[in-house]
Design a protein around this ligand. Structure first.
Ligand SMILES: NC(=O)c1ccc[n+]([C@@H]2O[C@H](COP(=O)([O-])OP(=O)(O)OC[C@H]3O[C@@H](n4cnc5c(N)ncnc54)[C@H](O)[C@@H]3O)[C@@H](O)[C@H]2O)c1
Ligand SMILES: [Zn+2]
Length: 366
């Protein structure tokens, strides 16, 4: 079991990573200042509940906590105001107070939704992340929590840091292959924005990692999380540097929104978005020869590198202009300048973006 710390003064917290971390959950909670006797509200989804809810509740109950739980539907659609309201109703009905804590047992969807509920319930209560997906190495760290609006992804949200992240790599063994690939998209992203040697390592260890070699997996998660921790510790509320974590996301969010958050999952959308960002950087003369390697490493991890359905270019541009990073309707992008290096570009002209988008459909002429 390995530990990283997000250094944010009095909001600092540990990230425990390793096989069997969940077994120590009650102790870790206590160490994090959430004392036994307090009420814990465990939120999970319909797929995770039959696998990990019962033993998690039992471990916490044995640790002296008063545990309640709530199961939301699986999938991105659960990150909605409607489900958020159901969580609030349940929390009030079971009598949670300001001393209670919310615990997200699940992937990025459950984490973002539960975190937003915790950020707003009685103006904010304690919150713990117990990630169960590979992608959640990213979503569980850094305190960005949100629900979606039909007009935009993660548009209703807050910054609310967890007290603890307890990441049990044993839970990853039940993930469907497509979700494994999706998680690797954000792992690869952490290499592409920060550390070329990590990208090389991911290329060299693609087979072992996808065979779930535990040592390799733990090493990959530690390295990817370390990048996120370094960035978030320097810029908690995205005043500058933190925006680099959004590589591929301005594009990706548009793909997700326009496919109704169905059909393409988050990691897949980010993968296609990172290809688009590399091509845009090349077109603008900011980088050379990076899209080919970007495509290759994503393919190694069985990720899509083109849109599986045709999307309307004007509609994609409209969604991208509404993106939170946008200022006054201008297009803002995180673009690679080399493998392992990115920069933030404001005021990008529309024409080159159009050209990249027009060639992104896999059935197209690209
Ligand atoms: N807050 C952030 O900083 C941040 C960062 C990255 C992504 N995100 C968000 O994360 C979300 C995507 O997260 P995700 O990919 O984890 O999706 P997810 O939470 O929907 O999980 C993916 C699927 O796997 C299932 N599942 C989860 N754990 C499982 C397990 N151990 N075994 C079997 N099945 C399991 C889930 O039920 C779901 O069907 C998006 O909404 C994205 O916006 C947030
Ligand atoms: Zn993401």
């Amino acid at each position: 079991m390995k530990c990283l710390t997000v250094e944010l003064g009095e909001r600092s917290y540990p990230i425990w990573i390793g096989p069997g971390v969940r077994q120590k959950l009650a102790d870790l909670l206590q160490q994090a200042g959430i004392a036994p006797g307090r009420k814990l509200f465990v939120v999970t989804d319909q797929n995770i509940a039959p696998l990990y809810l019962e033993d998690t509740v039992q471990l916490l109950t044995e640790g002296g906590y008063a545990v309640h739980h709530f199961i939301v539907p699986a999938g991105e659609e659960a990150k909605s105001l409607a489900i958020y309201e159901q969580i609030m109703t349940e929390a009030l009905t079971i009598g949670l107070d300001r001393k209670s804590a919310f615990l997200a047992l699940g992937g990025g969807v459950v984490g973002d939704l539960t975190g937003f509920a915790a950020a707003t319930y009685m103006r904010g209560v304690a919150f713990v992340q117990v990630p169960t997906t590979l992608l959640a190495h990213d979503s569980s760290v850094g305190g960005k929590v949100a629900v979606n609006h039909p007009l935009g992804k993660n548009i209703i949200g807050a910054f609310h840091q967890p007290k603890l992240v307890a990441y049990d790599t044993n839970a990853l063994t039940t993930l469907p292959p497509r979700e494994v690939a999706s998680g690797f998209a954000e792992v690869i992203k952490h290499g592409l924005i920060w550390d070329a040697s990590f990208v090389t390592w991911l290329e060299e260890n693609a087979d072992g990692l996808q065979a779930f070699d535990h040592e390799l997996l733990q090493a990959a998660l530690l390295r990817a999380c370390s990048v996120k921790v370094a960035v978030v510790s320097q810029d908690e509320r995205e005043q500058g540097l933190r925006a680099i974590l959004n590589l591929g996301h301005t594009f990706g969010h548009a793909f997700e929104a326009l496919t109704g958050y169905k059909g393409i999952n988050h990691g897949e959308a980010v993968a296609i978005g990172m290809v688009a960002a590399a091509r845009l950087a090349e077109r603008l003369g900011l980088a050379e020869n990076i899209s080919e390697r970007t495509v290759r490493v994503l393919r190694q991890y069985r990720l899509p590198v083109a849109l599986p359905v045709p999307l309307d270019v004007d509609e994609m541009l409209d969604v991208m202009r509404r993106d939170k990073k946008g200022e006054g309707g201008k297009l803002v992008f995180v673009l690679p300048t080399a493998i392992g290096k990115v920069d933030i570009y404001k005021n990008i002209e529309e024409e080159p973006v159009r050209a990249v988008l027009a060639e992104l459909y896999e059935g197209g002429e690209a």
